[in-house]
Write a protein that binds this ligand. Structure first.
Ligand SMILES: [Zn+2]
Length: 120
């Protein structure tokens, strides 16, 4: 399967140099790029968000693309490359594509169903 390419960007203030970050689900500012939130240029409608930011802040915000090599993650199960929005991270350093995740969820459901039937 061909990887689905997502354009990953960070959003930076042209005047002040700081970056849009996210902390506890809330937008904030970061001084260094390493702390910036990584957006999907298309899925997150960055042109539209920059337009709104420019109007609301009076600043000029720009999208800075990240290296395409950093735009993909490998599924730990099938080893295929996928764009970050298309891959699931379990919070424990395990990446799974949607297909593998669906298989895992099915297995978990079957185990849970099996366990339930044993109890009956
Ligand atoms: Zn996979």
């Amino acid at each position: 399967m061909d990887p689905v390419i997502g354009v990953r960007v960070v959003v930076q203030s042209y005047l002040r140099g700081n970056f849009i970050a996210m902390k506890d689900g809330e937008a904030s500012l970061a001084e260094i790029m390493e702390d910036a939130f990584v957006f999907d240029y298309v899925a997150d409608d960055i042109p539209g968000q920059i337009h709104t930011l420019n109007q609301e802040t009076g600043d000029y915000w720009i999208a800075m693309p990240l290296d395409p090599a950093d735009a993909l993650e490998r599924c730990d199960d099938c080893q295929e490359l996928y764009a970050v929005p298309s891959i699931y991270w379990d919070g424990l350093e395990h990446f799974a594509c949607r297909i593998c995740r669906r298989k895992e969820e099915t297995q978990i459901y079957q185990k849970a169903s099996g366990a339930r039937s044993i109890k009956l």
